[in-house]
Design a protein around this ligand. Structure first.
Ligand SMILES: [Zn+2]
Ligand SMILES: [Zn+2]
Length: 103
C-alpha cells in the first residue's frame, strides 16, 4: 500500500475537484505560479479568496506544498494571499466552509 504522507491519493484529488472545481476563466488575469497570463476561457481553479490560477499550476502547487510539509494534503494555501482553504468535503448538515487563517 502506498499511503505516504504528502502524496495525493485519488480521494485527495476528488476532494480537490469537489471543493475547487476546474472552470473556464470568466476574466483574464495573472497566474502567480507560472507568472503567465490567464486568458478568459482557460481552465482555472478559483479559490474562495477569489484568486484564480491555471488548474494545472494549482495542482502542481498543491502537491508540492503538501510534499514540503507546509500544508496538509487536505488543505491548500493560496499562492497569492496565503489564505488556507480546507479541501474537506462539508459533512451533511454542515455546509460551512472552514477557513483556517494563520497569523
Ligand atoms: Zn499558471
Ligand atoms: Zn488568495
Amino acid at each position: 500500500m502506498r499511503t505516504r504522507k504528502g502524496i495525493p491519493t485519488d480521494q485527495d484529488l476528488e476532494a480537490l475537484n469537489e471543493t475547487l472545481p476546474v472552470l473556464p476563466a470568466k476574466a483574464s488575469g495573472l497566474c502567480v505560479i507560472c507568472l503567465d497570463e490567464v486568458s478568459s476561457g482557460e481552465s482555472v481553479r478559483e479559490l474562495t479568496c477569489q484568486h484564480i490560477f491555471h488548474a494545472e499550476c494549482l495542482d502542481t502547487w498543491w502537491q508540492r506544498s503538501a510534499r514540503s510539509r507546509s500544508t496538509s494534503i487536505r488543505e491548500i494555501s493560496c499562492p497569492t494571499c496565503r489564505q488556507r482553504h480546507s479541501l474537506e468535503r462539508p459533512n451533511s448538515g454542515n455546509g460551512e466552509v472552514i477557513l483556517e487563517v494563520t497569523v
